[in-house]
Design a protein around this ligand. Structure first.
Ligand code: AMP
Ligand code: MG
Length: 599
C-alpha cells in the first residue's frame, strides 16, 4: 500500500515523528502536545510499540476479562474510554486501519510515532550523542529536522532545520505543516495532475475551455414583466429604489414601549395592526399594542412579545429582562435605499423574484434569450406519435435536448429529423446557422458511412475539434459557421445528455450572461467498485444518497450502456471518474454532479 492509499480517508493532517530511541521523542512530545493544545489544536497520537504491551493493570476487571478471552474489551467511564483489541498481524500493524480507529471529527491533527519505514510525511529528531545516522538521507518523506547543538548537518541541506529544545519553533513548524496540508485524493475536479495522463484526444476540461473561448455573451437586453423574468438572466445591476423594510417595524406581536427604565407598568394607548400606523408620539410609561410588520410609532425603541405580557384593563406589565432595541426590524436592514440589490448576470429564481418584488419593481431588464436550433439526423429516426417504420427507432434526442434547453430558458427552433444525405444536412445547417445563435445536432458525427455532420461542418464553416477523451460521448464535433456555434452531439441518447451537460450547458450559460456559473460538484464515497479506464473521463449515472452516518455515498444505476436512457431516469447525478483515476474501489471518493441543475 502506498502512502496516498494509507492516508486516503484522513480528514486531518497526519505527521510522523521519527527518531532513534534515546533521542528524546517522548520528552519532546510531552512539551509539544500542551503547546499545540494551548494554540487550540486538538491532537491524536498513534504510537507503534514493538512488543506485547499492556495498558491495563492486573486485578482490574477490564484486565481480567481481556485475559479471560474477550477479543475486544472496551472500558469506558464518563471521562475516558479505552478499547483493547487482540489482533495478531504479520509484521507491523496496519496504519490505515489504525488511522480509521481515530475519531477524526474530534481532532485537528494526528501525530504518528514509529512506522519509520513508511514514506509518511515526518519530522525527524536527531541528537549527536545518540550516535545514529540521519533518516532524511534515506527517506524523501522527511519534511524537517530538529537537532541539538552538536549535530553537524550537511551544508547543502534543503530541509527546514529546527532546534530540538525549541518547542515553540517546532510547534510553529507543525502548525505550518497542518495549514499547508491537503487531503489525499480531494483534488478539485480536473486538477488531479491529469495533464500527465496519456490521451489521444482533448480532455473534457480542454474541450470546455476551447468552447468557452468561442462564446460571446449576448449583450442585448429587453424588459420583462416580473413573473416572465423568472429563469431569465438579469441584464443590469438593480439599485434599490427603497429601503427594505421600508419602515422600522415590529418583528413580533406584542407591545412597543420606550425602554427608559422608569416604569414597571405601562398604559396601553393604542393598537396598531400591520398596514396601519399610530401618528402620535409614544411617551415614557405608555405602550402601544402592535402586530408583526406594523410600523413602529415615534418615541418607542423596544418591542416585548405578547407571551411575556400581562394586560389588565389598560395597564400592561412584562416578565423577564427587556433589552432596548429587541424585536425591531430597522428600515433598510435588509437592503438600504440606493444599494445594489442584485447584479447583472444573476439568474432569476423564486428568491431573486421575491427580492426584486419587495423593492416594488414591476418589470426587469433581462438579457435576450439565445436562439437555439435543434435537429436529429438518421434515416432510422422516426417522429414519436407517428407509426414506427420497419427497422427504425423513435427520436428521443430532440426531446431530451429541447427539455434541457427549456430548463435553461433558451428560445428553441425545432428543425425535425434530417435524412442521412450530405446535401440535406448542408442545406439544413446553413439555414439553421442563419437564424440561430447555436445549432445542435445529434447523430451522424462518428466515422460511419452515413455520418456527414463533420464534413458538412468543415465545408460550411470550420471545426474546432471533434473528439473528446470521455465516455460516453467520445465523438463530439464543435465548430462555427460565421458567428453561430455548432454542436454535433453523438447519437446515443445518454451520450447526448452527458455531452449537453458538460459542453453545451456551460456555453449557453455564458452566452446567456451568467459569467460566474459553475456546475455543482460534490464529493461522495463510492458505494461499490466502478470500472473506468485511465486516460478518459468516465461519466456514470449514479444514485447519490446519505448513508446512516449522514455521509454522501453513490452507487451506479447498473448497466451503463450509452443507449440506456432509463439510467438517466433512475439516476440523480453523474458520477465523474477522472482521467487519472482508473478503476474505483468501494470506499474511494469520487466527484458527483447532481442532475438538479438541469434535469
Ligand atoms: P450515429 O452516430 O448517427 O450512428 O448514432 C449512434 C446511435 O444513436 C445509433 O444507434 C442511432 O440509431 C442512435 N440515434 C441517433 N439519433 C438518435 C435520436 N435522435 N434518438 C434516439 N437515438 C438516436
Ligand atoms: Mg446516424
Amino acid at each position: 500500500m502506498n502512502v496516498d492509499q494509507i492516508l486516503a480517508d484522513c480528514r486531518v493532517p497526519v505527521l510522523g515523528i521519527c527518531a532513534y530511541s534515546g533521542t528524546g521523542k517522548t520528552t519532546l512530545l510531552k512539551k509539544l502536545i500542551p503547546e499545540l493544545n494551548r494554540r487550540g489544536k486538538k491532537l491524536a497520537v498513534i504510537k507503534h510499540a514493538h512488543h506485547n504491551f499492556d495498558v491495563d493493570i492486573p486485578g482490574k476487571d477490564s484486565f481480567e476479562l481481556r485475559k479471560a478471552g474477550a477479543e475486544q474489551m472496551l472500558v469506558a467511564s464518563h471521562i475516558r474510554r479505552a478499547l483493547m483489541a487482540e489482533k495478531v498481524t504479520d509484521g507491523d500493524p496496519d496504519l490505515k486501519e489504525l488511522l480509521g480507529m481515530i475519531d477524526q471529527t474530534r481532532v485537528d491533527m494526528i501525530l504518528v510515532e514509529g512506522f519509520k519505514k513508511l514514506p509518511l510525511p515526518k519530522l525527524e529528531l536527531h541528537r549527536a550523542e545518540v550516535g545514529k545516522p540521519f533518516v532524511f538521507t534515506q527517506d524523501d518523506a522527511i519534511r524537517g529536522i530538529a537537532v541539538d547543538a552538536d549535530t553537524q548537518l550537511p551544508d547543502d541541506l534543503a530541509l527546514p532545520v529546527l532546534e530540538i529544545n525549541d518547542v515553540d519553533a517546532i510547534a510553529d513548524f507543525i502548525e505550518q505543516f497542518a495549514a499547508d496540508w491537503k487531503p489525499v485524493g480531494y483534488a478539485p475536479l480536473g486538477t488531479c495532475g491529469c495533464d500527465d495522463v496519456e490521451r489521444k484526444q482533448l480532455s473534457v476540461a480542454q474541450g470546455q475551455a476551447r468552447i468557452l473561448g468561442e462564446v460571446k455573451p449576448v449583450t442585448a437586453t429587453e424588459t420583462a414583466p416580473l413573473l416572465q423574468a423568472q429563469n431569465r438572466v438579469l441584464g443590469a445591476d438593480i439599485a434599490s429604489p427603497v429601503n427594505v423594510p421600508q419602515h422600522t417595524n415590529s418583528a413580533m406581536d406584542g407591545y412597543a414601549i420606550r425602554n427608559d427604565g422608569q416604569h414597571d407598568s405601562f398604559t396601553v394607548v393604542a393598537e396598531v395592526l400591520a398596514g396601519h400606523g399610530y401618528d402620535d408620539e409614544v411617551l415614557s410609561g405608555e405602550a402601544v399594542k402592535i402586530m408583526t410588520g406594523a410600523p413602529l410609532p415615534a418615541g418607542v425603541d423596544t418591542v416585548i412579545m405578547r407571551e411575556l405580557a400581562t394586560q389588565e384593563g389598560d395597564q400592561v406589565r412584562f416578565d423577564g429582562d427587556i433589552e432596548t432595541g429587541q424585536n425591531i426590524r430597522q428600515a433598510g436592514e435588509d437592503i438600504a435605499v440606493g444599494a445594489t440589490a442584485l447584479t447583472a448576470g444573476n439568474r432569476i429564481g423564486p428568491a431573486e423574484l421575491g427580492l426584486l418584488a419587495s423593492l416594488g419593481l414591476g418589470e426587469l431588464p433581462v438579457y435576450r434569450k439565445p436562439k437555439v436550433a435543434v435537429f436529429s439526423t438518421g434515416d432510422e429516426v422516426c417522429q414519436p406519435g407517428e407509426p414506427l417504420k420497419p427497422n427504425c427507432i423513435f427520436d428521443s434526442n430532440r426531446f431530451t435536448i429541447q427539455g434541457m434547453l427549456a430548463k435553461l430558458g433558451c428560445e428553441v427552433v425545432d428543425l425535425g429529423i434530417l435524412e442521412d444525405t450530405e446535401e440535406a444536412m448542408a442545406d439544413a445547417l446553413q439555414a439553421a446557422s442563419e437564424q440561430a445563435d447555436v445549432v445542435i445536432t445529434s447523430g451522424g458525427v462518428s466515422v460511419g458511412d452515413a455520418d456527414f455532420i463533420k464534413p458538412v461542418m468543415e465545408r460550411l464553416g470550420h471545426i474546432d475539434f471533434w473528439k473528446i477523451a470521455m465516455r460516453p460521448g467520445r465523438p463530439l464535433a464543435f465548430g462555427k459557421i460565421k458567428d453561430t456555434l455548432l454542436f454535433g452531439l453523438p447519437g446515443n441518447p445518454v451520450a447526448v445528455m452527458v455531452s449537453f451537460m458538460q459542453f453545451v450547458q456551460p456555453a449557453l450559460r455564458k452566452m446567456m450572461g451568467e459569467p460566474n456559473w459553475k456546475p455543482q460538484m460534490m464529493r461522495a464515497t463510492a458505494g461499490e467498485p466502478m470500472r473506468s479506464k485511465q486516460g478518459r473521463t468516465e461519466f456514470q449515472r449514479g444514485i447519490m444518497q446519505l448513508n446512516s452516518l449522514g455521509e454522501l455515498t453513490v452507487t451506479t444505476t447498473g448497466a451503463q450502456g450509452s443507449g440506456i436512457l432509463s439510467s438517466m431516469v433512475q439516476g440523480n447525478c453523474l458520477i465523474i471518474i477522472e482521467e487519472c483515476q482508473g478503476n474505483i474501489s468501494a470506499g474511494e471518493a469520487v466527484w458527483v454532479q447532481p442532475f438538479a441543475d438541469l434535469l
